[in-house]
Design a protein around this ligand. Structure first.
Ligand code: ATP
Length: 250
């Protein structure tokens, strides 16, 4: 059953058409990897899903509830309620530098009055343990490695119990030796059947963890399918050319 339905999404920045009639569904418990060349619109698409970008046309529905329907956004209260079902992990972590790791986790749900401080801190400690950082609750983000920061960001995204987790190139800002620890946490989440959309350049992750791969180029989904089909036997020339280029570069 589709938990996310995206239909004919359109978005331009001035004269630049960045998303051209993007449509796809994500099922509950599915892991979708989004791959494609730099500038093809992957981040814009992901950011549009959580209303960090305002789209120009099309529809987005989570669990049957419209964030935007044929270009018309829901009322702010409903919008907030629906987008809160999605957690986002960014390439550059976006942690608050002046707050401890645990306070980074607790801040948003506390402001939104989603539990007592004691309960939120307890959940935060549990989630830090889940990502292997139980001993880092009280330190500032500056004391952490990039891989640790990203694991904190994942724990933070889990705080509000999202139905869908979105990742925007979660390992692209990391030194190669630190990507493994982040990908491991993401693999664990996939094994726990978390629904995830992952914009990534990590073809191995796409191959090993994703159920479906979307290939985006020039604002369009050119091809989608299972990792085996799409990554080893792409049908479209543009997909083939991208994969060959990526293989050469890695
Ligand atoms: N806020 C903005 N204002 C103007 N143009 C933008 C803005 N954000 C993105 N763009 C442009 O939109 C296009 C798509 O960018 P986007 O970041 O979505 O691509 P991407 O596929 O995620 O690329 P990358 O893999 O390099 O992150 C690019 O040409 C980019 O320069």
């Amino acid at each position: 059953m589709a938990i996310l339905e995206v239909t004919n999404l359109k978005k331009s920045f001035g004269p630049l058409e960045v998303l051209k009639q993007i449509s796809f569904d994500v099922n509950k418990n599915e892991v979708v990897a989004v791959i494609g060349p730099s500038g093809s619109g992957k981040s814009t698409m992901l950011r549009s899903l959580v209303h960090l970008e305002e789209i120009d046309g099309g529809s987005i529905a989570v669990d049957g509830q419209f964030i935007v329907q044929e270009g018309v956004y829901s009322k702010p209260q409903q919008l907030k309620q629906i987008t809160s079902k999605m957690g986002m992990v960014f390439q550059h972590f976006n942690l608050f530098p002046h707050l401890s790791v645990l306070d980074n986790l607790v801040l948003a749900p506390k402001l939104l009055k989603e539990g007592s401080t004691a309960d939120l801190r307890k959940r935060g400690v549990e989630l830090l343990a889940k990502v292997g950082l139980a001993d880092k609750a009280d330190v500032l983000p500056a004391k952490l490695s990039g891989g640790q920061k990203q694991r904190v960001a994942i724990a933070r995204a889990l705080m509000r119990n999202p139905d869908i987790l979105l990742f925007d190139e979660p390992t692209s800002a990391l030194d190669p030796e630190l990507t493994g620890e982040v990908l491991r946490v993401m693999k664990d989440l996939a094994q726990e059947h978390m629904t995830m959309i992952v914009v990534t350049h990590e073809m191995e992750f796409a191959r090993d963890v994703a159920d479906t791969v979307l290939f985006m180029d020039n604002g369009e989904i050119i091809e989608s399918g299972s990792p085996v089909d799409l990554l080893t036997n792409p049908k479209k020339e543009r997909t083939k050319a991208f994969l060959q280029r990526t293989m050469r570069e890695s």
